[in-house]
Design a protein around this ligand. Sequence first.
Ligand SMILES: [Zn+2]
Length: 186
Amino acid sequence: MLSSSNKQGDVRDEVGHNLFFEDDQTLMKVVALFGEEAVKVVQVLKGVHEVTDKEIADETQTSVHMVRKTLYKLYDHSLVVLRQSRDKETHWFVYHWRLQPDQFVGFITSMKRLVLERLKTRLRYEMDHEFYSCQTPECKRYTFKEAVEFLFKCPTCHKPMTHLNSNSFIKILTQKIEQIAKELSK
Ligand SMILES: [Zn+2]
């Protein structure tokens, strides 16, 4: 359980509240990119205004070391902020962590831009090349140039290779690109 020292912070700030309710799934998908531990840590951070790493460790039943490691990963992307205070009794430093919801929006946008660029590059590659394959699911496909070198015989299973129709894949790529571009233009 979270200690009473944190109770005053139990009210989420308005921005965070709205973002999480509107797009909680997207948020958690992003967090998942940082690993399973990050998901657990952010679940705790989401529910409070501010929380110490020790409290997160208690709540998630993980080690403080693991929690800190995860928090610093998120901190590197400005997704969390850190406030330092000193324990009145032990005089040790106490670290209070808070989610930065507005930074998540920026992070998601830059991730989407990155994905969009990669998809566009992939689409260009798909459209600029003809592919050949033996149609065996486990085997690779080859560009025309490569297929010529292999005399249109699969180097893995030695079956003849035939032209591969990439139209459906190109269609999927195009749809995905359009979808992300639309999301980014909002
Ligand atoms: Zn093959």
